[in-house]
Design a protein around this ligand. Structure first.
Ligand SMILES: Nc1ncnc2c1ncn2[C@@H]1O[C@H](COP(=O)(O)OP(=O)(O)OP(=O)(O)O)[C@@H](O)[C@H]1O
Length: 230
């Protein structure tokens, strides 16, 4: 079953500080991702991989085409959806794991991780239990769970971020280099999380600079150079 159907999207940036100069990035981007499938976006730095993820997430507007996401009840076109519809999609169907944690002052790591579950109506006891299990799986020392991550190391913050990104069940999950700067054991933990999502039927699209990680999780790789804009 197709969860994501990207049809002929394109992106160029207008540089207002450079007299309105237009920088074409990608065009004619089309691909589908099925439930339980993980598609990697490959290609060199600057090819447009992150831009494609951001268009699917609704952060960047696409210049053309359609981005159809099946939320289980209806098919939503992110390209023409209102901001409110995009937020609703993110609350239920569409997840995004970036490299960096947006630290919220004074909120403890455990609460940051449990929040997406509470937002889905899961009671605090169960949400905290699942958040604890997730932080344990990612080897975050228990003494840190009740502290705000502002003072954590880069790798510790990244693991809180990954825990938060993976904790809820979404039909579609976008991964922007989720293993960048993790050590071997934690990289393996993330590979395990991605495989579990795939097995549970989540559709995944990811950027993986680490070839070993990509080979371990991706069913196929799309070379974004094929979509280079003229
Ligand atoms: N908000 C923006 N404004 C202007 N140009 C942008 C913007 N975002 C991306 N670009 C440009 O679009 C091109 C593609 O960037 P993008 O981040 O999508 O590439 P990438 O393939 O993900 O690269 P990397 O592997 O280095 O992360 C780059 O030339 C970049 O400078």
């Amino acid at each position: 079953m197709t969860v994501l159907d990207v049809q002929d999207i394109a992106k160029s940036f207008t540089l207002h500080l450079r007299g309105g100069l237009t920088l074409p990035v990608v065009a004619g981007v089309s691909f589908e991702v099925a439930a339980g499938e993980c598609v990697a976006l490959g290609g060199p730095s600057g090819a447009g991989k992150s831009s494609i993820l951001k268009m699917i997430y609704g952060n960047y507007r696409t210049d053309a085409g359609r981005i159809l996401i099946d939320d289980g009840a209806a098919v939503i076109d992110v390209a023409s959806a209102s901001p409110r519809e995009i937020l609703a999609l993110r609350a239920t169907t569409l997840g995004y794991v970036s490299q960096f944690l947006r630290v919220i002052p004074r909120v403890a790591a455990l609460d940051i991780v449990a929040e997406p579950l509470r937002a889905r109506g899961i009671d605090t006891t169960e949400a905290n239990a699942r958040a604890s299990a997730m932080l344990k799986r990612l080897n975050l020392p228990e003494r840190l769970w009740h502290l705000p991550p502002a003072t954590f190391s880069g790798g510790e913050q990244q693991r809180v971020n990954i825990a938060r990104g993976f904790i809820a069940d979404t039909r579609l999950l976008l991964l922007d280099e989720p293993t960048a700067s993790l050590d071997g054991a934690n990289r393996d933990a993330v590979i395990g999380l991605i495989r579990d999502k795939r097995a549970a039927g989540t559709a995944l699209v990811g950027i993986f600079h680490d070839d070993e990680v990509r080979d371990a999780v991706a069913d196929r790789t799309l070379d974004v150079r094929a979509f280079a804009a003229a």
